[in-house]
Design a binder for this molecule. Structure first.
Ligand code: DHE
Length: 497
């Protein structure tokens, strides 16, 4: 690590925001240390169990936390405390973990180094798969119900292996360019590198306390993580996940920001980062182990990025939830502002050829609509009405259909199928009444697809992509995203990158 990197890392350690300090009763603190610290860490930064800090708990309501303490979490190491602790103690503990810690938490060079695990350094495991399958047509299915991942043979549509993941994986796992390794990111900051040939975790490191996502560079040499907490982007070499650099996320004036997400931009040989709290987008290039940042100033806060196929433009959602900004990545200039009311979910956008032009489509978080945009002139050419706000959209170059869910509201169990040439909904499915049906991924050929039923008693459903007929259900525990190796490493136009 060079001197510049070391200075950055020191700066990042100091950067961590000092929160308003809470002073919980010493009894509650003692209860925490007695019952919780062994798994969640004496500093609440996590251990075998997840971190218990307000930022990490933002997705869990306090009454749900109380229920978890009282009843435990099935299929995890979290026991039930109802027989050990009284109701008041449980409430006090739940209260305690939603308060900022007494001393501000840090996650810098020392903590990252200490977290590094290397059970199988690169080159120490055989270079042949231990099973037979088309390695390009594998799927990984993330099961968030009990924090597992299933490896699925995409030819036979049969599970090959199921293994435990870190707590709360989020965002798409990223494959190495040859598809042999996959990198998972957890909300708690863990990056896990997994060898799909040998079915083993080969390296792990914790990049932050509250992480957003990870990206792998096009050449497969680097992994970058974006953190909410601390305000950093963290760069690792991809072979063994050794720390290379910690980049504080701050503007020239020294105002710091949460890192919102980081994306690989293959044709540019760079990473692009979205920042939560400062109106800039960053392009980060790594040369000879050194990261350099190009800052693009924008006149609003931009989040949730989508890229055109050539990575010449990034489209980001303005925080006001009404507009999409198109930024030319070469000049850094804003070239269009699209009317996209109802908070588009651009990260889930897809593109295809329509009447000789390339269009992109995005669902919206707050309105029942899919917007379809001409990417030549950046005009919205159609707003398709759906039965409620959606989360994920998917297709494949070889399929005439695009799929979009109705993730929110009373129709959350429905999925629309859109004809990409007529721009009309041609079928609405309701595969498991009452249960969210969302997130599709096609096989490498675009002939079959998988749809998740997001329930503890859930499934992935295999459909014929052409006839739209269901072929089978594979039971799973709240399956969320699914990721096909070929589609991902080839940046297929109908899937997320
Ligand atoms: Fe995600 C991807 C942000 C809530 C499931 N989500 C992403 C990505 C970002 C993001 C930036 C792209 C990262 C990548 O793949 O590298 N998600 C956000 C949010 O800001 C939001 C709205 C609030 C939050 O708390 O983070 C959010 N996301 C959720 C959920 O509630 C979901 C449904 C359940 C969960 O696991 O938390 C969810 N997000 C997903 C999934 C992907 C994802 C399955 C990957 C989609 C893909 O196909 O690539």
């Amino acid at each position: 690590m060079n001197c510049k990197n070391t200075l950055r890392i020191l700066a990042a350690s100091l950067l961590f925001p000092a929160s308003l300090l809470a002073s919980p009763g010493p009894e509650t603190e003692a209860l925490y240390q007695q019952h919780c610290a062994s798994c969640h860490g004496s500093d609440r930064l996590g251990g075998m169990g997840p971190a218990l800090l307000p930022e990490n708990l933002s997705r869990l309501k306090k009454p749900e936390a109380e229920t978890t303490i009282r009843s435990g979490r099935p299929a995890t190491q979290m026991p039930a405390f109802a027989d050990v602790l009284g109701s008041e103690s449980i409430t006090a503990l739940a209260d305690y973990i939603y308060r900022p810690p007494a001393s501000p938490a840090t996650w810098g060079q020392a903590e990252i180094h200490d977290s590094h695990l290397l059970p199988h350094p690169q080159g120490t495991l055989p270079d042949e798969p231990v099973y037979e399958a088309d390695m390009m047509n594998l799927f990984l299915v993330v099961e968030i119900g009990d924090h597992h991942v299933t490896l699925l043979d995409g030819d036979r549509m049969e599970p090959i292996h199921r293994f435990p993941s870190r707590y709360a994986l989020h965002g798409g796992p990223k494959y190495s360019p040859d598809g042999r390794y996959v990198y998972f990111g957890s909300r708690d900051g863990w990056i896990t590198k997994y060898d799909l040939y040998n079915l083993k975790v080969v390296a792990e490191v914790r990049a932050g306390i509250n992480m957003r996502n990870i990206a792998v560079s096009a050449d497969g040499k680097y992994v970058m993580a974006a953190n909410y907490l601390p305000h950093t982007l963290v760069l690792f070499e991809a072979t063994n996940l050794e720390l290379m650099d910690i980049i504080p996320v701050e503007n020239d004036a020294g105002d710091s920001s949460r890192g919102s997400a980081v994306y690989a931009a293959p044709p540019r040989d760079s990473f692009i980062a979205a920042l939560k709290d400062i109106p800039e987008a960053w392009e980060i290039t790594v040369r000879d182990g050194e990261a350099s940042i190009r800052r693009m100033q924008i006149d609003t806060l931009l989040d949730d990025f989508f890229f055109d196929p050539g990575y010449k433009h990034v489209i980001g959602a303005a925080r006001d939830g009404k507009r999409g900004y198109v930024i030319n990545l070469d000049t850094g200039n804003t070239v269009a502002k699209l009317p996209l009311p109802g908070m588009p979910h651009l990260g889930s956008g897809i593109t295809w050829e329509y009447q000789g032009t390339r269009v992109m489509a995005t669902p919206h978080f707050r309105t029942g609509a899919v917007s379809i945009i001409d990417m030549d002139n950046w005009e919205v050419i159609k707003t398709l009405e759906t039965q409620g706000p959606g989360f994920f959209m998917r297709s494949h170059e070889n399929s005439r259909y695009a799929w979009v869910d109705v993730f929110f509201g009373p129709n959350k169990d429905k999925v629309h199928v859109i004809d990409k040439q007529t721009l009309k909904i041609v079928k609405t499915l309701q595969p498991a009444p009452g249960k969210v049906a969302a997130h599709v991924e096609f096989d490498r050929y675009g002939e079959k697809l998988l749809l998740s039923i997001w329930d503890k008693d859930g499934a992935v459903i295999v459909y014929d992509a052409d006839t739209l007929e269901e072929e089978k259900r594979i039971p799973m525990n709240k399956p969320s995203g699914k990721y096909n190796v070929w589609n991902k490493i080839n940046y297929e136009e109908g899937t997320s990158h």
